[in-house]
Design a binder for this molecule. Structure first.
Ligand code: P1T
Length: 387
């Protein structure tokens, strides 16, 4: 099957495994080799073999991953970066200029807020935080003619609010803005924002795409070739590219994304049932719960509801901190989306950089990244930690 067919006709898992790479014509290598080279021999000045000139601009190991990322997001072009934040920074500087305005989620990942507020704002980019699940409030935050990007995470980190991607895309487009969706929490297996009207998808591939907590990376995927040209120019001009070893790990992870996500979702559903019945647990936040305000939208635009659960400890901050330090199978640590379960306290860890701002998260909030271990062991671990 040709690359084009893999991209548009095959199922998700087939694309995740095959798109972006044909077995190497000289050796038949089934997996893209790790091209540990910074430069490429030219056959006479400007005589590039396959377009490769210098590895910041292009590297065959990276090309394979970028093709696969485009295919799984149903985009035209994918771009790999050294981290999720490097991908975000490249979007901001490719698609906005000093003096422009953007709308951001009012419960964005703390590092995203820090980038926008502490790096992009001093550079001249204004921003307004808005609750991405409230289309009216997003509309109010847009300044027509001035707003260049509406940026949403869905589900958000860590409060798991759900944005209606198609509705927000319509709003953004009517005001002459582009819609950027951070699809890290859902992963391309559960949700494909470009098919719902988004213009740009961004990922921390450190999370579900890589999937094994062994590599940091980021990705941008677009459909429009004009946008691709701007992102591609800045990827090279800014240079925040991943090395071939990191790319290899990320690409290896992507191949099993579908089977991993199904198990993450199965385990999360079991744990949600356990937590909602536990007397020491307050609100359980999971888009799969019918009581979740974004449940219907999530059901419409996501295949399943993901592996992240947030919940509030009835005993307040101290109890939340105790639970986080008592688990044994859930490892206390930042990040998410790996095969191993992680627990964290957003207020003091991943979202410490939003303390004292409108984006501050509740002190009694605990975030679980449910891994793919045996569900009974995960439940027993939480039971011990909560009691
Ligand atoms: O860490 P990095 O690969 O640079 O990606 C940043 C990022 C972007 N978007 C979302 C939704 C994220 O969750 C992250 C990183 N988040 C964590 C490290 C965390 O524990 O929440």
């Amino acid at each position: 099957m040709s690359e084009q067919e893999h991209r548009f006709k095959s199922g998700f898992e087939t694309r995740a495994i095959h798109a972006g790479y044909e077995p190497d014509p000289t050796t038949g290598a089934v997996i893209p080799p790790i091209y540990a080279t910074s430069t490429y021999k030219q056959d006479g000045v400007g005589g590039l073999r396959g377009g490769y000139e210098y590895s910041r601009s292009g590297n065959p190991t990276r090309t394979a991953l970028e093709g696969a990322l485009a295919a799984v997001e149903e985009g035209e072009r994918g771009f790999a970066f050294a981290s999720g934040l490097a991908a975000e920074d490249t979007i901001l500087r490719s698609l906005t200029q000093p003096g422009d305005h953007i709308v951001i989620p009012d419960d964005a990942y703390g590092g995203t807020f820090r980038l926008v507020d502490k790096v992009a704002r001093p550079w001249g980019l204004e921003h307004t935080p808005a609750p991405v699940h409230d289309v009216t409030k997003v509309a109010e935050a847009i300044r027509p003619g001035h707003t260049k990007l509406v940026w949403v995470e869905t589900p958000t980190n860590p409060l798991l609010n759900v944005a209606d991607i198609a509705a927000v895309a319509n709003l953004a487009h009517a005001a002459g803005a582009l819609l950027v969706v951070d699809n890290t929490f859902a992963s391309p297996y559960l949700q494909q924002p470009l098919t719902l009207g988004a213009d740009v998808v961004v990922h921390s591939t450190t999370k579900y795409v890589g999937g094994h907590s062994d590599v940091v990376g980021g990705a941008v995927v677009v459909k429009d070739l004009g946008l691709a040209e701007r992102i591609g120019f800045h990827q090279n001009a800014m240079g925040a590219v991943p090395g071939p070893f990191d790319v290899f790990l990320t690409h290896r992870g992507l191949k099993t994304l579908g089977v991993r996500m199904d198990r993450h979702c199965d385990n999360a559903e079991r744990i949600v049932d356990f937590l909602t019945a536990h007397p020491a647990v307050g609100d359980v936040i999971y888009p799969g719960l019918e009581t979740h305000p974004g449940h219907e939208v999530a059901q419409r635009q996501m295949k399943r509801f993901g592996g992240i659960i947030s919940f509030r400890a009835k005993g307040g901050l101290e109890h939340a901190l105790q639970v986080c330090s008592r688990t044994e199978v859930f490892t206390l640590g930042e990040s998410l989306g790996g095969v191993e379960s992680l627990i964290e306290h957003p207020g003091k860890m991943t979202h410490a950089s939003v303390a004292g701002t409108d984006l501050e998260v509740p002190a009694d909030l605990i975030r679980l990244s449910v891994g793919i271990e045996t569900a009974d062991d995960l439940i027993a671990d939480l039971e011990r930690a909560l009691d």
